[in-house]
Design a protein around this ligand. Structure first.
Ligand code: 5GP
Length: 191
């Protein structure tokens, strides 16, 4: 997805600690035309997998998950990072996850009514860094005894290794941009 790479190069900022700031088009302000193109691209890759549900994590995965879900004609479920009062006392699937950006532990929680063994789930997130969020979401899919179609990521930071590890495990991981190096403010993409 060359267009995404161009946007990252022109509008992204490399922050200390291997953080890429993309809040002018992906995170805080969302470029809907770009999202639509990314969603179509994700659909083209997974269209024959029988996806019945898209699973993401609040908050930054929700935008791309919803736009992509229109092409699959399916619903989106997002994991919450804490149990809120409006969840009542429903049963949940849960998995612990260390946040790369906030540097704290969260327990991802999904109401267990929303994913069932008959579902084929596509996991979507904005970034893949150390793979903690994706591994927690995969655990939720497996707790639900649902089938995992694969994982779609907007930006994989390939130099952190989690993506290649997941591919080695046989996961169909589709990243729209893979960054191999992010040094001295310079970004190098995997070709
Ligand atoms: P992981 O769980 O793979 O270590 O990190 C992925 C999560 O951390 C994503 O959900 C994303 O919100 C956040 N994240 C990781 N790296 C970055 C980054 O470089 N920039 C931004 N904006 N978010 C990141």
């Amino acid at each position: 997805m060359k267009y995404l790479e161009q946007m990252i190069l022109s509008k992204g900022k490399v922050l200390p600690g291997n953080i890429l700031k993309v809040d002018s088009f992906l995170n805080t302000q969302i470029d809907i035309e770009l999202m639509k193109e990314l969603g179509k691209d994700i659909y083209a890759h997974f269209k024959d997998c029988g996806v019945t549900k898209i699973l993401t994590v609040e908050a930054s995965g929700i935008g791309i998950a919803c736009i992509t879900a229109q092409f699959f004609n399916c619903n989106v479920v997002f994991a919450k990072k804490s149990r809120t009062k409006n969840m009542g006392d429903c049963g949940v699937y849960s998995a612990d996850c260390y946040s790369f950006t906030h540097k704290n532990m969260n327990t991802l929680i999904v109401n267990n009514e929303f994913i069932s063994p008959s579902d084929t789930v596509l996991i979507i997130d904005d970034f893949l860094a150390n793979g903690e969020a994706c591994k927690a979401l995969m655990s939720i899919v497996s707790q639900a005894k649902a089938k995992l179609a694969g994982i779609a990521i907007e930006i994989e930071k390939g130099f952190q290794g989690a993506g290649d590890e997941l591919r080695k495990q046989g996961v169909d991981l589709y990243s729209l941009a893979v960054i191999d190096k992010m040094e001295d403010g310079k970004i190098v993409f995997r070709s």
